[in-house]
Design a binder for this molecule. Structure first.
Ligand code: GLP
Length: 254
């Protein structure tokens, strides 16, 4: 696990964009996309590189991590819509896939999405303040596949900002790739910023591997990069070591 700590979120976004760019330039790629605010600066940087530096996504297929269930079709807060607005409408991406949150049989839609997933190269991840990844809330099976989950009150409150600050408008149910599904991606790239993520980041990176902190499954994966700003890293006990490791990286390790 590589932990990279930057002074500002903008610097971290450059690193996330660098990892994605490398994957995209190396040939046809399957990219796992997260919604939420954490990757937004990196997405803007990728759009800039597409416009100004000719970075093409024409050989990239993207798969979303998760989706709300039960919003009216076309609702602007469906993650499928959010990712279009924030990223893929501005790129030449070959295809974008998401679980079908409007399907009358959500468990069947979840199973169909799991079956449709190819082998993901880089999977971008955020982290919830309670340690969730995707929408795998605390208590999620560490080997779970894509399925329907119920959101905790905490997550619904955290996401109420996207629903006119009205928690009652935030759906209770979602379809999310499971922790086992996420673990099959080749490279997990988690980004977090801000003090409000510091406890979850510390639990995920330095706490025990436990379903009580779903993001701790990152410890079980052979290729993980965690990109933080100083505030999100502020509760890490080994922060000095991570900084020193990054600062003194030999050329052959870059
Ligand atoms: C959301 C999403 C996750 C996201 C996380 C953090 O509820 N389901 O994919 O990574 O919670 O969100 P944010 O980046 O907005 O803090």
């Amino acid at each position: 696990m590589e932990v990279l700590i930057h002074t500002t979120a903008t610097e971290g976004a450059q690193v996330v964009a660098d990892v994605v760019e490398r994957a995209v330039r190396s040939g046809p790629a399957v990219l796992g996309l997260a919604t939420g605010s954490s990757p937004l600066l990196a997405y803007r940087e990728l759009i800039r590189r597409h416009r100004e530096e000719g970075l093409s996504f024409a050989a990239v297929d993207a798969y979303l991590l998760d989706e709300y269930v039960g919003l009216p079709a076309g609702h602007p807060e469906f993650y499928r819509e959010v990712i279009r607005r924030e990223l893929t409408d501005h790129l030449d991406m070959r295809s974008v896939h998401a679980p079908d949150g409007t399907h009358p049989d959500p468990p069947a839609a979840a199973a169909a999405y799991e079956r449709s997933l190819p082998s993901v190269g880089v999977q971008i991840l955020g982290i919830g303040a309670n340690g969730h990844v995707g929408f795998n809330e605390p208590g999620s099976s560490l080997t779970s596949g894509t399925r329907v989950k119920t959101l905790t009150r905490r997550t619904r409150e955290d996401n109420a900002r996207f629903f006119a600050d009205d928690v009652d408008q935030v759906p209770r149910h979602v379809i999310t790739q499971g922790l086992g599904t996420i673990g099959r991606a080749g490279h997990l790239l988690l980004t977090a910023t801000g003090e409000h993520k510091a406890a979850a980041v510390a639990a995920a990176v330095e706490g025990p591997l436990t379903a009580s902190c779903p993001a701790s499954i990152l410890q079980w994966h052979p290729h993980v990069t965690i990109v933080l700003d100083d505030a999100a890293a502020s509760q890490l006990e080994r922060a000095d070591f991570y900084r020193e490791t990054a600062d003194r990286k030999p050329a052959w390790a870059r």
